[in-house]
Ligand binder design. Structure first.
Ligand code: ATP
Ligand code: MG
Length: 305
């Protein structure tokens, strides 16, 4: 292992595309062995950030250290130690998964690992199928195999579970947990907040290229969350009335009202109001606020400012 404090470190990292500031003075510190999830809405700057970390995209300003090295100046050395699944992973149509992995193994000068890696992601049956004939999820799985060929210390996974079926997502979670247990560092992006909550040691929420919250999921929920949410069916008018009557924050969306509850008397009052309107309460749920609730509120709030 090299001599560095963090597997990934950025200082005031900036990327401009013309007048657009895609990454705005981002300071990341990801410890060795950590699973860190970068979260944010579409266009927040996640992929741009990851590609700069990988040494694939040039930064506008700021400093980057990947395993102690500047990735732009040490692209070759970095590539030996990191694994990458790019967003929308794609490959030559006429190559087969087994061949692709063997090819990567040769590039890295290591023995054939195709059997073991295809097994890991449950893709053995597809070993001899042309890439162009694989389903989206199968392509994604091959992407993971290729990312792992060189036994990387640090792995960049940009939306690895997007487009996967529920079983394949669970399989991917297992693989991520296994990689973590082997002491590897993982930087993960996802739009599935419950996935980040479950897998990540720490998450960073970015919006318009800026970090707006960072910490363990539990810390973020504690710091920015409000405790309990009552969720019922109902329209925007009911939401406005509940908000006026209780003074509680209501979010009304797609026929569902989420109300941030302070105490049990709120619940009784709200249910009485709903019932008096003839609401059948076909949805009635009381839950502890999760990362997704916090995310939606924070990202929405910044947008509104
Ligand atoms: N090559 C480019 N030239 C100009 N603008 C770009 C380029 N690549 C990205 N952008 C812009 O930079 C911003 C950040 O894009 P980026 O792909 O990093 O977002 P993201 O957080 O990965 O989003 P998503 O969740 O949709 O993948 C967007 O507004 C995007 O339009
Ligand atoms: Mg992206």
């Amino acid at each position: 292992m090299g001599d560095y404090a963090y597997a990934v470190e950025t200082v005031d990292l900036v990327k401009n595309y013309g007048s657009l500031v895609a990454v705005d003075h981002l300071n990341l510190r990801i410890r060795k062995g950590e699973v860190y999830s970068l979260l944010g809405p579409n266009g927040a700057g996640k992929t741009t950030t990851i590609e700069m970390l990988e040494g694939m995209r040039k930064r506008t300003s700021g400093d980057i250290r990947i395993l102690g090295l500047d990735p732009w100046k040490n692209a070759q050395r970095i590539r030996r130690k990191v694994g990458i699944i790019p967003q929308d992973f794609n490959f030559m149509g006429k190559i087969k998964p087994g061949e692709a992995i063997r090819h990567y193994c040769r590039l890295f000068g290591i023995p054939d690992r195709s059997g073991e890696l295809l097994e890991l992601v449950d893709l053995r049956d597809m070993s001899d199928m042309y890439f162009e004939r694989l389903s989206g999820g199968q392509k994604q799985k091959l992407g993971l195999c290729l990312a792992l060929v060189n036994n990387p210390e640090l792995i960049f996974l940009d939306e690895p579970t997007t487009g996967l079926d529920p079983q394949a997502r669970r399989n991917m979670w297992e693989v991520i947990r296994k990689l973590r247990s082997e002491g590897r560092t993982i930087l993960l992006t996802t739009h599935y907040l419950e996935e980040a909550e479950m897998l990540a040691d720490r998450v960073g929420i970015v919006n318009h290229g800026r970090m707006i919250a960072e910490g363990s999921p539990a810390d973020i929920i504690r710091e920015h969350g409000s405790g309990r949410v009552l969720s019922i069916n109902g329209d925007a008018e009911l939401a406005r009335d509940i908000s006026a009557a209780t003074g509680r924050e209501c979010i009304s969306e797609n026929g569902i009202i989420d109300i941030r509850i302070k105490d049990n008397s709120d619940i009784i009052e709200i249910l009485k109001m709903a019932a008096s309107r003839g609401n059948d309460l076909s949805r009635l749920e009381l839950r502890q606020e999760g990362l997704e609730d916090v995310f939606v509120r924070m990202v929405g709030k910044v947008e509104a400012d």
